[in-house]
Design a protein around this ligand. Structure first.
Ligand code: FE2
Length: 224
C-alpha cells in the first residue's frame, strides 16, 4: 500500500523519465514494466534515442573533417594519432603526474580505478591540459561525438588491473553501457600493450541494426 501511494505520487516524474536517459528497470515501475516492454516500450526508447542522436550529430557536424565523421558513423569511434607536439605532450604528462587534487577510487572485481575530476578549480593549475581540452578542433569533436553542445566531463584516470584478489572485473566483459548513444574519450599518456587490458570496442556496435534492436527487446522484456 505504502509502495503504491509512493508510485502514484511519483507518477509524473516516472513519466518524464521515459523521455530522458533513465535506464533503471528497478527504480522506475513504468520503464521496468514487463507488459509495456513486451509491447515495445524499451525498444521504442532505443529507436527514438538513436534518431535524436542522428539529428544532434548532424547539427554539430559542420566543422568535422569528412573522414572522421565517416569513421564515427560507420565504426563508432575516431582515432587521433599524435595530436600534440612533443613539448606540449610532455608538459601534459608532467601536469598529470604532479596534479594534487582529491582522488576518487572504485573497485570493480579485481580492478582499482582512480580518478581526479578535471573541474574548473584544478584546471587552473593544469594549464597544459586546460589548453588541450579547449582546442577548437577537439571541442568540435567532443560536441559532434556526444551530440551535446558542451564539453564532456574529464578526468585523469588510472586503472590498476589485478590490484586485489577478487572476482572478475565486469568492465572486462564486452557490454554496452546504456541503451542510448553515448560517448567516451581517452587520451593515453603511454602506449597500452595487449597484455595490460587495453580498451576494447566492437567496431560498428554504435549502429542500431535490426539484430541489435531484437536483442534489446528480448533482453529487457525477459529480464526486467
Ligand atoms: Fe562500461
Amino acid at each position: 500500500m505504502k509502495n503504491m501511494s509512493k508510485n502514484i505520487l511519483l507518477l509524473p516524474w516516472y513519466m518524464i523519465q521515459i523521455f530522458r536517459q533513465a535506464k533503471s528497470f528497478k527504480t522506475n515501475p513504468i520503464i521496468g514494466n514487463q507488459t509495456l516492454n513486451r509491447l515495445g516500450l524499451h525498444a521504442f526508447r532505443v529507436v527514438v534515442s538513436h534518431i535524436i542522436m542522428k539529428f544532434k550529430m548532424f547539427s554539430l557536424a559542420f566543422s568535422i573533417p569528412k573522414g572522421l565523421r565517416k569513421s564515427y558513423y560507420e565504426k563508432g569511434y575516431i582515432i587521433l594519432d599524435k595530436v600534440l607536439d612533443k613539448d606540449i605532450f610532455d608538459n601534459i604528462v608532467n601536469e598529470t603526474y604532479t596534479e594534487n587534487s582529491e582522488i576518487r577510487e572504485c573497485i570493480q572485481g579485481n580492478t582499482l580505478t582512480q580518478r581526479i575530476h578535471l573541474s574548473k578549480n584544478n584546471l587552473t593549475d593544469t594549464k597544459g591540459i586546460q589548453n588541450f581540452l579547449a582546442q577548437k578542433n577537439i571541442v568540435a569533436l567532443f560536441k559532434f561525438t556526444s551530440g551535446k553542445n558542451h564539453r564532456p566531463l574529464s578526468h585523469i584516470q588510472v586503472i590498476k588491473n589485478n590490484y586485489i584478489t577478487g572476482k572478475h572485473d565486469p568492465q572486462k566483459t564486452l557490454h554496452r553501457d546504456t541503451f542510448h548513444p553515448t560517448m567516451k574519450y581517452w587520451f593515453f599518456l603511454q602506449d597500452v600493450g595487449e597484455d595490460i587490458a587495453p580498451f576494447t570496442y566492437v567496431e560498428g556496435s554504435n549502429r542500431l541494426t535490426w539484430k541489435r534492436l531484437k536483442w534489446e527487446y528480448k533482453k529487457k522484456y525477459l529480464y526486467p
